[in-house]
Structure formats: structure tokens, C-alpha cells
Design a binder for this molecule. Structure first.
Ligand SMILES: C[S@@+](CC[C@H](N)C(=O)[O-])C[C@H]1O[C@@H](n2cnc3c(N)ncnc32)[C@H](O)[C@@H]1O
Length: 279
């Protein structure tokens, strides 16, 4: 994802609190549809940790997609979820209650660009799709370093680009490609240098390819609508009017041709994770 062109509107949007419900829905659907990817990722981190984590800190937890997956992966751990948005943290608390995980979770409202709250030493710090939102990611990484015990692990994960859903050989697939191109939806920032500057030793930088064929999981229609609607909200003036009108029709149509019910959706994306250790 090109941070200059596409993430700044997201950051302003979220700081203002508008669209929080839509963001919460998108994050939860992402975790549901990409459940297997998240499971593969947390299993990989399990292999990289030097001992089972007792305290996990989630930076920019949102609705806690990562927090909850990590609490399930590491049954002996507690987690502290930090986020700017009290609404998203409230949503996370409710989900944790429903899953019987509330007793192992603390949610703390915090602006990670400002002073951090007091934290118990962490064994694992997780930052998923959040570091690029920070005003000074280098400073956030330096604080994450301080938050970890020696030997502790930091996992930073980012989408390389927003998922693609429509078949590439069709007119709608080509429209989806034009939408991504217009928004400069491209490779994520490379955090390798910033991690080294913060004192971390990089254990691995691993790209994960997600390619769910048709028929994908049941929630994919809703996920595709939420994801494409988010891109559409930034596309005014960047695509011809006819493209925008067609996109609006596909996103608004509840019938068999609408995005919710199409039988030809797939999910294609890549995400990169950096796993780095505090020596
Ligand atoms: C794209 S969401 C990712 C949420 C979650 N990590 C996930 O992967 O589902 C980015 C999150 O970062 C949070 N965020 C952005 N800037 C922040 C800041 N300065 N301090 C704390 N949280 C921040 C937002 O509120 C949002 O929940």
C-alpha cells in the first residue's frame, strides 16, 4: 500500500472517529475470511518465540483481530491492546467477553505517537496494519523495543495491497484493477531498515500469499463490499465517471449480480510480516 497516497486519508478519517463502525466491520470480516492465514502466521510466530509468551502487546489493535488470534495461539498469555479509538477497544472487549477471553485482556486507549502508558515487560509485541498509520514509525519502533524484554519478539505485519475479489479476465475485474491503480495501491513500506535503526535483529521477513479460490468463505461477499467501498470512498476524481457509476452499481446491488451474492468472487492478496528480536 502506498502510504503517501492512500493511507493519509485513512489516518485523518480514523482520528476524527468517523467511519469507525465501517472500519470495525471491515477488520472483523478480514479476520474471518483470512482466518487460515492468521492461523498460519501465529503458528509461525510460535516457532520463532524463545519461550511461550506471558505478555503480548498489540499496537493499534483495532477490533483485536490479532489480539484474539494470539490469545488463542498462546493459552498461557495475557494481552494488552492499545489503540487510539475507544470505540474499537470497546468492540474488542465485547468480543473477548463472548469468547471467554476477557479475563486475559486489558484494553488501553492510547495515542502511540504521544506518551505510552506504563506496560509490564512484553514477550511479544504485534503491530498489524498499524505502523504505517503512525506519524513517526521510527519512534514507535524504539518504544516497542523498550517495551520488550531481552529476547522478546516484535511482529510487524502489513498488507502489500488491498485484496482483489473480482475475476481478472472480466470487465469488472479490469475495473477493480483500475481502482487499485488510481489509488496507487502498491507494495507496503519496507520496515527492514527502521527495525535495525531501532536496535532490533531481524529474524525473518516473510511474504504470505493468500489466494482463496471460488467459492471462498461465506463472509467474502460482505468482506468484498466493505473493502471495495473503502477504496471507492477515496476514488472521486481519480476514475472516470462511468467507472465510478459502475462500481456504485455493483456495490449497491443486492441482487445476483451485486457483490454480496456473486458466485465468482475469489480473494487474492499478499501480506508481509517482519519478525525481529530485541537482543
Ligand atoms: C488498519 S487498522 C488495523 C487494526 C488491527 N491491527 C488489525 O490488523 O485488524 C489500524 C489501527 O491503528 C490505530 N491507530 C492509528 N493511529 C494510531 C495511533 N497514533 N495510536 C494508536 N493507534 C492508532 C487505528 O485506530 C486502527 O485501529
Amino acid at each position: 500500500m502506498n502510504t503517501e497516497d492512500t493511507n493519509r486519508p485513512h489516518r485523518d478519517h480514523e482520528r476524527a472517529g468517523a467511519g469507525t463502525v465501517a472500519l470495525a466491520e471491515l477488520l472483523d470480516l478480514d479476520a474471518e475470511v483470512l482466518h487460515d492465514h492468521l492461523a498460519e502466521l501465529t503458528a509461525w510466530l510460535d516457532d520463532l518465540t524463545d519461550r511461550p509468551p506471558g505478555h503480548i502487546v498489540d499496537l493499534g489493535s483495532g477490533t483485536g483481530t490479532g489480539t484474539l488470534a494470539l490469545l488463542e495461539r498462546f493459552p498461557g498469555a495475557r494481552a494488552t491492546a492499545l489503540d487510539l479509538s475507544p470505540q474499537l477497544l470497546h468492540h474488542l472487549s465485547k468480543k473477548a467477553h463472548g469468547l471467554g477471553l476477557a479475563g486475559r485482556l486489558d484494553t488501553v486507549q492510547a495515542d502511540l505517537d504521544a506518551a505510552w502508558p506504563e506496560l509490564a515487560p512484553a514477550d511479544l509485541v504485534w503491530a498489524a496494519s498499524s505502523l504505517h498509520h503512525m506519524a513517526d514509525p521510527g519512534q514507535v519502533l524504539a518504544r516497542a523495543f523498550d517495551a520488550l524484554r531481552p529476547g522478546g519478539l516484535l511482529a510487524v505485519t502489513e498488507m502489500d495491497f488491498f485484496p482483489r475479489f473480482l475475476p481478472g479476465h472480466t470487465g469488472l475485474g479490469r475495473l477493480e484493477a483500475r481502482l487499485h491503480a488510481a489509488l496507487n495501491d502498491g507494495p507496503a513500506a519496507d520496515w527492514t531498515g527502521a527495525l535495525a535503526r531501532a536496535g532490533f535483529v531481524l529474524e525473518a521477513r516473510r511474504p504470505f500469499t493468500v489466494d482463496l479460490p471460488a467459492p471462498p468463505p461465506e463472509a467474502t461477499g460482505r468482506y468484498a463490499r466493505a473493502s471495495l467501498s473503502r477504496l471507492r470512498s477515496h476514488a472521486d476524481g481519480l476514475l472516470p465517471g462511468a467507472d465510478l457509476a459502475l462500481l456504485d452499481t455493483v456495490l449497491g446491488d443486492d441482487g445476483p449480480d451485486g457483490i454480496l451474492r456473486r458466485g465468482d468472487l475469489t480473494v487474492r492478496t499478499t501480506r508481509t510480516t517482519w519478525a525481529a528480536r530485541r537482543p
